[in-house]
Design a protein around this ligand. Sequence first.
Ligand SMILES: *[C@@H]1O[C@H](CO)[C@@H](O)[C@H](O)[C@H]1NC(C)=O
Ligand SMILES: *[C@@H]1O[C@H](CO)[C@@H](O)[C@H](O)[C@H]1NC(C)=O
Ligand SMILES: *[C@@H]1O[C@H](CO)[C@@H](O)[C@H](O)[C@H]1NC(C)=O
Ligand SMILES: *[C@@H]1O[C@H](CO)[C@@H](O)[C@H](O)[C@H]1NC(C)=O
Ligand SMILES: *[C@@H]1O[C@H](CO)[C@@H](O)[C@H](O)[C@H]1NC(C)=O
Ligand SMILES: [Zn+2]
Length: 338
Amino acid sequence: VVNRVYDYFRYHPMSEITEWMNQIVKDYPALVTRVEYGMTYEKRTISLLKIGLNTGAKKYIVWMDCGIHANEWIAPAFCQYFVNQILQSYKTDAKIKRMMKNLDFYVTPVLNVDGYIYSWKDNTTRQWRKNRRPGHSPGCYGTDLDRNFDVNWGMFTPLGASFNCSSDMFCGTSPASEPEVEAVTNFIKSQRANILSFLTIHSYGQMILLPYGDPNETVHNYEGLMKLGQDAAEAIWKVRGQNYTVGATSDVLYPISGLPRDLARMQGIPFCFTFVLRDNGTFSYQLPENQIQPACEEAYSGVLHIITYAHNQIYSGAVAATAATLWTLLLAAGVTLM
Ligand SMILES: *[C@@H]1O[C@H](CO)[C@@H](O)[C@H](O)[C@H]1NC(C)=O
Ligand SMILES: *[C@@H]1O[C@H](CO)[C@@H](O)[C@H](O)[C@H]1NC(C)=O
Ligand SMILES: *[C@@H]1O[C@H](CO)[C@@H](O)[C@H](O)[C@H]1NC(C)=O
Ligand SMILES: *[C@@H]1O[C@H](CO)[C@@H](O)[C@H](O)[C@H]1NC(C)=O
Ligand SMILES: *[C@@H]1O[C@H](CO)[C@@H](O)[C@H](O)[C@H]1NC(C)=O
Ligand SMILES: [Zn+2]
């Protein structure tokens, strides 16, 4: 099977990641399907792996996207590692088995496919962050997909977004102007009642960020989400002593507009977090391959903490809850997130 030959601790170009996705589907036909849910600006398919046991019952969704920023190569590496971990431990780990029964994981290894392919072209383009839509002045390319969502779009310039198409944080010409953003937005809006947790993976800076990018908004149940984030950071610290900073994006960084995580939260999805992986400035985006394994192992521990917590809010004991809406369930569980 692929897992014996695929090296999770190297960076892989898009063609290999696509082959890997197909191989995973072949290796785990009862658990994994590939879902195509959008097209990039350059007309490439965006796809995710849907992972879970087909029980016939209603299932909640854990969303994870990687590689919205093309230069953050550790993020796609993490998504692949995550998929492999849950599939490998499914047989032996009772906790993972229960989650596979109750949840579906929707994992997009590379969201910004065009940008990721471009970032592989040579050493200098490894810095490339945005998608590849041509801008309105000659020679300027790319929209920052992570500033293009329809949440406070175009606000908090120049630090938290930019209208300059040469800027790395160019927010596009209008909210959700980019096809990649439209694809994720459609998914969130159509599945909003079923998504339990929305996780988006970035580098670098070692942070666990909760909503919002808007400094004037405080997320409901801020204390509860902070505690959850801090517990996840502690789980990360226990792996190799790495410190992760926890807080709302606007507190830890600065005000930022157009974030998918904030859209997800505003659509009522309870557990929305941004994970910003290694390192903390030494190699920055160019994290060497010998750090992929430690970075993935520690981040896995933090992510799993949040997913497990979210899962346990809904499913306690051996009996899966079947009530009508996520909110009913969460309120019944004493979670006041709204
Ligand atoms: C640049 O690319 C070459 C050839 O792929 C590789 O050998 C070299 O290590 C790269 N340098 C950096 C700094 O990434
Ligand atoms: C736009 O951004 C580019 C790259 O950061 C910069 O060189 C240029 O001066 C900016 N233009 C304006 C009008 O701010
Ligand atoms: C935030 O609130 C302050 C004080 O009420 C107000 O002056 C400012 O315009 C608000 N900013 C945003 C982005 O809403
Ligand atoms: C993490 O933070 C603790 C407490 O501030 C500090 O003692 C430790 O050196 C930090 N670890 C790393 C790897 O920076
Ligand atoms: C990362 O480095 C910055 C700047 O040196 C520092 O302020 C911050 O506390 C560090 N974060 C972590 C998680 O170690
Ligand atoms: Zn990023």
